[in-house]
Design a protein around this ligand. Structure first.
Ligand SMILES: Nc1nc2c(c(=O)[nH]1)N[C@@H](CN(C=O)c1ccc(C(=O)N[C@@H](CCC(=O)O)C(=O)O)cc1)CN2
Ligand SMILES: NCC(=O)N[C@@H]1O[C@H](COP(=O)([O-])[O-])[C@@H](O)[C@H]1O
Length: 215
């Protein structure tokens, strides 16, 4: 049973999807802690209701990014994680943090990377009059949103979309692919499945993701 720590800053709908997948047995792992940098993150409520330990570590209480990240490492390592999951965690992490969790630090980003790294991806895609958008699960590296992509999901972008309608469509796919990638990691199949997903075209159908064959 792998130990998972999830970092959040907001609603926690991806956290909820991962909790649910752990509770159903789809993920052979357990979320042992949820840590937020914002006290009002609703994901803390989700975690508490699921009986999961929570902690708020505000970046505002630290003079600089380095000292915050060292405190964050101390908080996380109490739980001896096999995997650290960023689920809407809105802080840029230092090289020291990224190196400490190298190979076991994931993020989900609301675009088809490498398009639209950074923030405000929905509005940028709408402004560009793109016809498709999506989300990407990737390893976290020092390069912001530049880490190796593991799995993506694509959705159509309609001319009458606004940020809310596009975000809703992308979130549906996020809640599919993030638990799937976490499952692969916990099954020690991440590289094999990621390679296969890439061979299968990596970017998945707009109406869902390829079936994850049982072992
Ligand atoms: N070193 C890395 N850190 C983080 C990565 C990464 O790939 N490498 N991914 C991000 C997640 N992310 C987009 O997916 C992202 C999060 C936050 C920001 C950002 O500009 N944050 C500002 C504060 C913004 C705010 O508080 O609302 C900041 O940290 O100053 C950009 C992209 C997680 N970290
Ligand atoms: N750049 C990072 C970023 O924008 N991440 C995005 O934050 C949202 C968190 O939602 P949630 O709190 O409901 O899981 C998700 O849509 C995720 O892609």
């Amino acid at each position: 049973m792998k130990s998972i720590v999830v970092l959040i800053s907001g609603s926690g709908s991806n956290l909820q999807a991962i909790i649910d997948a752990c509770n159903s047995g789809a993920i052979p792992g357990k979320v042992n802690a949820v840590i937020a940098n914002k006290a009002d993150a609703y994901g803390l409520v989700r975690a508490s209701e699921a009986g999961i330990s929570t902690q708020v570590l505000s970046h505002k209480a630290y003079q600089d990014r380095d000292s915050y990240d060292l405190a964050l490492i101390d908080a996380i390592d109490q739980y001896q994680p096999d995997l650290v999951v960023l689920a809407g965690f809105m802080r840029i992490l230092t090289p020291a943090f990224v190196q400490h969790y190298s190979g076991r630090l994931l993020n989900i980003h609301p675009s088809l990377l490498p398009k639209y790294q950074g923030l405000n991806t929905y509005q940028r895609a709408i402004d560009a009059k793109d016809t498709e958008h999506g989300c990407s699960v990737h390893f976290v590296t020092e390069q912001l949103d530049g880490g190796p992509v593991i799995l993506q999901a694509k959705v159509p972008l309609f001319s009458d979309d606004d940020v809310a309608s596009l975000a809703e469509r992308v979130h549906e796919q996020e809640h599919q692919i993030y638990p799937l990638v976490v499952r692969w990691f916990c099954q020690n199949r991440l590289q094999q499945r990621a390679d296969q997903a890439w061979l299968d075209g990596n970017v998945l159908a707009a109406n869902g993701y390829a079936n994850d064959d049982e072992d």
